[in-house]
Structures are given as structure tokens and as C-alpha cells.
Ligand binder design. Structure first.
Ligand code: ATP
Ligand code: MG
Length: 138
């Protein structure tokens, strides 16, 4: 079994579609084994998205991700990392395959409803960033 870190982003909490997204996650065969609703501080967001700090969209991204509540989750399945990336769809919703979360729900390349870890190494770092071991019930 593999674990990945998911974030349901502020564009989705604002539209009250976290339940719809969770249904798509569970229908894809991913178990939600930890979940909490939080509001990221600017410094937390800058640290979380640190790999993007030289990108032109970094400032806007930090502003967006701190603009409202997010739901952070740990998802578990065989091959959870690639399975969730496939379930989310492409970063840009206009390129996301039909049936994916981003095709169904994302508003733009920035406000794209969900985040998923992109490697096993980053999944461990990202899960530990948000969760204590006793908050994860597999
Ligand atoms: P995530 O890391 O959120 O799962 P991703 O791995 O598909 O998304 P990244 O390249 O890691 O995409 O970008 C992180 C986030 O930064 C994107 O999800 C999106 O919110 C934002 N982003 C990426 N590219 C752009 C862009 N060209 N313009 C504006 N925002 C962008
Ligand atoms: Mg990414």
C-alpha cells in the first residue's frame, strides 16, 4: 500500500464541493485515512510550495492557497501516488481528461481544486508537513 497527500483547495471549499470530490476519490479506489480542514498561513504556504518559489506564479499561488480553508488528506491505495494524479487530471483543466476531478470541477490552471503529491519522496515530506502519526488511521 502507498500513501499520498491530497489538498482540496480554496476554490473547492468555497463552492462546497468537498463532498463531491471525496466521492470521486473514493470511487477511484483511494481510501481517505486522514482528513482535516485548516487555513494555511502565508509562511506555511511559502514553505509547502517552496519548489515553485522562482516561478512567475508563486506569489499568486500563495495568495490563492491562503485565500480560504483547505481540506488536507492522506489517501491510501496500491500505487496511490500515480492513481491520484490520474484521478485529479492535468494541472490545466482545459487539458484534463474527461471524468477527472479537475475536468469536472477546476476553475483555472491556478484554482484547480486539488493537489496531489508527485513522488514517493515528496508524499512522505508532505504528509509529515500536515499530520502527526496518530492522526492517520489506516
Ligand atoms: P499540484 O502540485 O497542486 O498537485 P501539479 O503538480 O499538477 O499541481 P505544479 O506544477 O506542481 O502542478 O504546480 C502547482 C500548482 O501551482 C498548480 O496546481 C496550480 O495551482 C499552480 N500553477 C501551476 N502552473 C501555473 C501557471 N502557469 N499559472 C498559475 N498557476 C499555476
Ligand atoms: Mg505539483
Amino acid at each position: 500500500m502507498e500513501r499520498t497527500l491530497s489538498i482540496i483547495k480554496p476554490d473547492a471549499t468555497r463552492r462546497s464541493i468537498t463532498g463531491k470530490i471525496n466521492a470521486m476519490i473514493e470511487e477511484a479506489g483511494l481510501s481517505i485515512i486522514a482528513q482535516k480542514r485548516i487555513r494555511l498561513s502565508v509562511s506555511q504556504a511559502e514553505e509547502f510550495y517552496g519548489v515553485h518559489k522562482e516561478r512567475p506564479f508563486f506569489k499568486d499561488l500563495v495568495e490563492f492557497i491562503t485565500s480560504g480553508p483547505v481540506v488536507v488528506q492522506v489517501l491510501e491505495a496500491d500505487n496511490a501516488i500515480p492513481l491520484y494524479r490520474k484521478t485529479m487530471g492535468a494541472t490545466n483543466p482545459s487539458e484534463a481528461e474527461e471524468g477527472t476531478i479537475r475536468a469536472a470541477h477546476a476553475e483555472s490552471i491556478e484554482a484547480n481544486s486539488v493537489h496531489g503529491s508527485d513522488s514517493a519522496e515528496n508524499a512522505v515530506i508532505e504528509i509529515n508537513f500536515f499530520f502527526d502519526q496518530d492522526e492517520i488511521v489506516g
